[in-house]
Design a protein around this ligand. Structure first.
Ligand SMILES: CSC[C@H]1O[C@H](OP(=O)(O)O)[C@H](O)[C@@H]1O
Ligand SMILES: Nc1ncnc2[nH]cnc12
Length: 296
């Protein structure tokens, strides 16, 4: 990698709703090889005003990768490796709350992780660690997103709990009602393990969830279908793109500074394994993501 590619960037992860970013200058398509995958991670880099962005499409070009097969470890490792210190993630979600109508943007502040078959950590045998996760998204990024969304007069919910289901099938009505009782605001398939791995990678992470449907619990509303999600997203993707552009500009002001909530120092208190017992192979893989790992 050239030195230039190590400059500070804002990472943006697009999903069903955002296939690419409009208005980028100096666009480059790069492939990043990581220790967490045999295949490289495809990232589009570019400049929006003075801001360096790195865009990653989590389902791949043409939406080929289903939620449970996304190699999130490789994706987050690649973003961190090329200099992303803040990651803004977008997700199309179902609403579990009557007052969160389709078209609403939700700044996620909590998750309930119901996924079961995904690689969720950079730690493991030979390098045991536990990062704090009571507040899974970055408060500094959330504030910025709320301010920008208000300026743009978007239909906005400033907090919400995202239930992450395994999929790929949508929920049953009984499940949907259960998640409502649990206090879920919205439901999707991709918020985890992104947020967990961002924390382990010491990056700030925030998610804007865009409600596309009422899942299947709301009598009188049609139960969700994939076509419904695509149609709704087509209507709001321009707003999503504009939100990302303004938020990136806003966030870039502080991109070089560690955030107050501790995202950039999450490993300070995490590692349990005694230094002399740490597995060299695990350390060397982790070093790709967090270059200071051997100093902790
Ligand atoms: C197309 S409906 C289900 C699909 O949409 C959401 O994708 P993303 O989070 O990447 O925007 C949802 O999480 C599912 O993956
Ligand atoms: N109702 C829903 N359930 C899961 N993922 C979704 N993505 C968009 N709508 C969804």
């Amino acid at each position: 990698m050239s030195l230039q590619s190590k400059q500070h960037r804002i990472g943006v992860i697009g999903g069903s709703g955002l296939q690419g970013l409009q208005g980028l200058a100096h666009v480059e398509h790069i492939e990043i090889k990581t220790p967490y995958s045999d295949t490289p991670v495809n990232i589009t880099t570019g400049q929006l005003g003075d801001v360096q962005l790195a865009f990653l499409q989590r389902h791949g070009v043409g939406h080929r990768v289903p939620p449970a097969s996304i190699n999130v470890r490789a994706n987050m490792a690649a973003l961190k490796h090329i200099g992303c210190r803040q990651v803004l993630s977008l997700s199309a979600v179902g609403s579990l709350d009557e007052n969160v109508a389709p078209g609403t943007f939700v700044v996620v502040d909590q998750f309930i992780d119901r996924t079961i078959q995904r690689e969720k950590t950079y730690f493991g045998p030979g390098l045991v660690g536990h990062v704090p996760f009571g507040d899974p998204t970055c408060a500094r990024m959330r504030d910025a997103l709320i301010n920008v969304s208000r300026e743009k007069a978007l239909a906005l919910r400033i907090s919400g709990t995202y239930v992450v289901m395994e999929g790929p099938q949508f929920s049953t009505r009984a499940e949907s009602n259960l998640y409502r009782q649990w206090g879920g605001t919205i439901i999707g398939m991709t918020g985890m393990p992104e947020a967990k791995l961002a924390r382990e990678a010491e990056m700030c992470y925030a998610m804007v969830a865009m409600a596309t449907d009422y899942d299947c619990w709301f009598s009188g509303e049609l139960p969700v279908t994939a076509s419904m999600v695509s149609e709704r997203m087509a209507k709001i993707s321009a707003s999503a793109n504009a939100l990302v552009a303004d938020a990136a500009t806003y966030l870039s002001g502080a991109n070089g500074e560690d955030c107050q909530c501790g995202c950039h120092r999450a490993l300070d208190t995490a590692i349990m394994t005694a230094p002399e017992h740490r597995d060299p192979e695990m350390l060397s893989r982790f070093e790709f993501v967090v270059s200071r790992i051997r100093q902790i």
